[in-house]
Write a protein that binds this ligand. Structure first.
Ligand code: EPU
Length: 337
């Protein structure tokens, strides 16, 4: 297992932040993961697992070993109306979704064009347009960082929630995810109820959509709102959408009639953080090399040469403004290192 020394990470995080890794490993199978972990263990080094780098803010140079899972492979384990598909953690998520659709394996269409790797997807339980990874995850194969032992996590043990999983909570920093087993279907079950999907399908002139049409609609919506990280550095939504209780929602609605919110099963209301930031007049503002994207208030962007500190200073200013105007505290969604 080759371990590279003193490696730049700017191309390995979609924000394009210029940190360096003292040691970098790109294992292509579970045995290589174990070798890289043994290298770190022998030197009492910490280990940072870096997937597609699309949900991380590198505010400092990481210490120890940066491990970028690079296992590829797509393999049907069980075929029928339901299909179990095993995919290597290093597979690019967008390529994988497009490939499943070409195979007639349905389920991931609403999750089209999300940057990142398959292995990183369960950590924050990626979600878009009414679908979350958890809806299609059967199991996760992982290697324990401390011991190198393998473990299967059935989906029910992953404590999935909104942008949340056991890998962000109790099992944080303990595992390298090496593969996912996804549950897909040969029969389409379209989910077009969320946001502007139906409207987009109408604009496309499609009256009876199939899964590929839904994927195309999602891709068109994302392209119209979210900046392409290969053009301008960003990590998608920078804050999670805050959930407030019914009283707080009623109070806010009384003074802000246009407030955008979705009722939750627990009686709370999930507010659109983008709406709150937008109403503070911050969309499109710039602060040195960083700014808030002109087309989406929830996306912080690196116009070139930004440091993690620049990003976090802007994030603080956004949080202060929203707190001051609405009394709501925003939480940063990506991992800050
Ligand atoms: N809005 C504004 N101003 C803006 C942008 C949006 O007022 O500049 C309003 C919109 O009018 C809309 C509401 O805010 O009513 C929500 O906006 P949008 O539909 O774009 O969704 P979001 O809540 O900002 C979430 C996810 C996205 C996901 C979309 C679609 C989070 C933190 N973000 O964004 O996920 O693609 O829904 O499902 O939950 C990501 O996690 O990185 C990500 C991009």
């Amino acid at each position: 297992m080759e371990i590279q020394v003193n490696q730049p990470l700017d191309r390995l995080n979609t924000f394009g932040l210029g940190a360096r890794a003292p040691f970098l490993a790109r294992p292509t199978d579970a045995d290589q993961v174990r070798s890289a972990l043994a290298f770190a263990r022998e030197r009492a080094m910490s280990v940072l697992v870096l997937g597609g780098g699309s949900n991380i803010v590198l505010a400092h140079d990481p210490e120890g070993l940066v491990l970028r899972p690079s296992m590829t492979g797509r393999c049907v384990l069980e075929d029928g109306d339901d299909v179990l598909l095993r995919v290597g953690a290093g597979e690019d998520w967008t390529d994988l979704v497009a490939w499943t659709l070409r195979q007639g394996l349905w389920g991931l269409e609403n999750l089209s064009l999300i940057p990142g790797t398959a292995g990183a997807a369960p950590v924050q339980n990626i979600g878009a347009y009414g679908v979350e990874l958890a809806d299609h995850l059967h199991a996760i194969e992982a290697v324990e960082i401390a011991s190198g032992r393998s473990r299967i996590f059935p989906a029910a043990e992953c404590a999935f929630g909104y942008r949340d999983s056991i890998f962000k909570q109790a099992e944080r920093d303990r595992w390298v995810i090496v593969a996912l087993v996804l549950r897909l279907s040969r029969s389409p079950h379209l989910r077009t109820g969320y946001g502007t999907i139906r409207q987009e399908l109408e604009t496309m002139g499609i009256a009876s959509p199939g899964p590929i049409d839904v994927a195309q609609a999602v891709i068109r919506i994302r392209r119209s709102k979210l900046p392409d990280p290969s053009v301008v550095g960003n990590c998608g939504s920078f804050f999670s959408n805050p959930v407030v209780d019914a009283d707080t929602y009623a109070r806010l609605l009384a003074s802000h009639p246009g407030l955008t919110a979705h009722p939750q099963e627990n009686g709370g209301f999930k507010l659109a953080a983008a709406w709150l930031i937008d109403r503070c007049g911050l969309k499109g503002t710039r602060r040195g090399p960083v700014g808030i994207h002109p087309d989406h208030a929830l996306v912080l962007v690196n116009y070139g040469g930004a440091t993690g500190r620049d990003v976090l200073a802007l994030a603080d200013a956004v949080r202060d403004a929203v707190e001051h105007r609405f009394g709501v505290t925003l939480q940063i969604e990506p991992r800050v290192v």
